[in-house]
Design a protein around this ligand. Structure first.
Ligand code: 4NP
Length: 167
């Protein structure tokens, strides 16, 4: 039997800092595990401030420092996107709340999860802090927190019964 493809979108506020980091890091992890063909990964922002722009230069620099591929175009997450995603992964609680409000149906709202809830070492409801007002260390911290959550997320995405959904 052919394993089904899971479609996941990471969502932060501007889609130029945290969610592009998460997207690049999950693609890389999936490559390492030989499961890249089972995932479709992208990212978006709850806001459209930076629609069409590339990643923030500090995001690009952090990806470079970690040997991760760069290549991104910012876009706003739309209500219609829920229908084509299995899981919508928010980087912080405000993003998660905004997404659940945007969801056209309760079933689609239930696709929204918080990234750090997949890190067994972090307390429930932990966030990836916004590095926008920060420096390179804040971007490295964001990537570190993201990477700690990705093995759990990848396991959940590839589980036979599909991704979990939280209320
Ligand atoms: P992100 O960071 O949500 O991680 O992409 C931000 C990027 C831009 C802004 C805020 C946060 N902004 O206010 O323009």
């Amino acid at each position: 039997m052919t394993a089904s493809v899971r479609r996941v979108t990471f969502v932060c506020l501007g889609n130029i800092c945290r969610s592009p980091l998460a997207s690049a890091a999950l693609r890389h992890l999936a490559d390492e595990h030989g499961v890249a063909d089972r995932l479709v990964v992208d990212s978006a922002g709850t806001a459209g401030y930076h629609e069409g722009e590339g990643a923030d230069p500090r995001t690009t620099a952090a990806l470079d420092r970690h040997g991760l591929p760069v290549g991104h175009r910012a876009r706003q997450f739309r209500a219609a996107d829920f229908a084509t995603r299995d899981l919508v992964v928010a980087l912080d609680r405000a993003n998660a709340e905004d997404l659940r409000r945007l969801a056209p149906t309760p079933e689609e709202a239930a696709k929204v999860v918080l990234l750090r809830d997949f890190d067994p070492g972090s307390p429930a409801d932990s966030e990836v802090p916004d590095p926008w007002y920060g420096n390179d260390d804040d971007f490295d911290l964001a990537l570190h927190l993201i990477e700690a959550s990705l093995p759990g997320l990848l396991d959940a995405l590839l589980a036979d019964d599909g991704p979990p959904a939280s209320p």
